[in-house]
Design a protein around this ligand. Structure first.
Ligand code: 8YV
Length: 319
């Protein structure tokens, strides 16, 4: 005789809100393990226990207040400037992000943009495709090896960029909130002094109010007419209008930009400039890294709902 197993009631899936477009690598896992809801539908607001979003997601300012059962916000990204962490903390909501797993990729993109702006590879590619080579050689470009690198931000990604730049024989200086005594690089407390001492100024500092428009007209003036600006951090860190003016008037020599103030809208003025290289926020955009980020973002959710400590809380939420 077959013995009947007592029927257990099914465990209701945890309700998770996906407020913005998200990597399919994250979405697939979220949909498999949780009950996923999407804005603008807030009919499940009273039972949403988690928000899953990306590094560039700007959460609507009143969203946290609208979700009474919210316990955790799991950001698939190292940056979390779009999340009001103070509001989350005030409600006892945990915020997690995905540091470290993207350091190599973002550092690679920074070096790539430095090479592309100084040696003009995208322009060189167009030169060949457009048949211009048969009419003469491309103008000579600027040497990167041995040049002076200034890093705005010396966190994990900044250090990965510095490590690569050493391989190019570059000298390295940086600006950050506090000097990192353990590092053998020159510290500048004022970002204008750093710009003045740099051939390449690479921005890799967190976004948010503390760094908004930190790279302004004065800093660009200090970088000077041969200087190149590279931004792989957040568009908000650079005053985009001031940058366009500086590029138009030859105040700086060129720019390599992976991030913009109003993504994915990129000002026509930048798109028209020949001495600018533009990429569509691809710092972490490899299959391997995005998978690692999605897995870590999922692991944080899984840990939280299994009653275990999350793996990578944002610094403000660390015990
Ligand atoms: C991603 C990022 O575009 O990590 C970040 O902060 O901005 C990028 O790596 C994004 O987070 C993917 O969701």
């Amino acid at each position: 005789m077959i013995e009947r197993q007592p029927r257990r009631p099914p465990v209701p899936a945890v309700d998770v809100l996906l407020p913005a477009k998200l990597s399919p690598l994250y979405v697939e896992q979220l949909e498999r393990e949780f009950a996923a809801h999407r804005l603008p539908d807030l009919s499940a607001a009273s039972k949403v226990r988690a928000i899953a979003c990306g590094g560039e997601t700007q959460l609507p300012s009143d969203l946290i207040a609208q979700l009474p059962a919210l316990e955790i916000i799991s950001v698939m990204g190292v940056g979390y400037d779009g999340v009001d962490v103070a509001a989350a903390k005030a409600k006892g909501v945990m915020v997690t992000h995905t540091p470290d797993v993207l350091n190599d990729d973002v550092a690679d993109v920074a070096i790539g943009l430095m090479l592309c702006t100084s040696r003009q590879f995208p322009q060189a590619d167009r030169f060949v495709r457009e048949g211009k080579w048969t009419q003469g050689a491309m103008p000579l470009q600027r040497k990167m090896s041995g040049a002076r690198l200034g890093l705005v931000g010396m966190g994990r990604i900044g250090q990965a960029i510095a490590k690569r730049a050493l391989g190019f024989g570059m000298s390295i200086a940086y600006n950050s909130r506090t000097p990192k005594k353990e590092l053998p690089y020159t510290f500048h407390a004022d970002v204008r002094d750093l710009a003045r001492a740099s051939d390449f100024l690479v921005v890799i500092t967190p976004g948010g109010e503390g760094t908004r428009k930190m790279i302004n007209a004065e800093v660009l003036q200090a970088l000077g007419k041969k200087g190149i600006l590279v931004n792989v951090a957040r568009g908000s860190v650079v005053d985009e209008a001031a940058l366009i003016e500086a590029l138009k008037n030859g105040v700086i020599g060129g720019a390599g930009l992976d991030v913009f103030e109003n993504e994915p809208i990129v000002p026509q003025a930048l798109r028209d400039m020949p001495h600018v290289v533009l990429t569509p926020h691809v710092g972490s955009a490899t299959t391997q890294t995005r998978q690692a980020m999605a897995d870590l973002a999922m692991d944080n959710l899984r840990a939280h709902f299994a009653g275990r400590p999350v793996k990578t809380p944002v610094p403000e939420c660390r015990a």
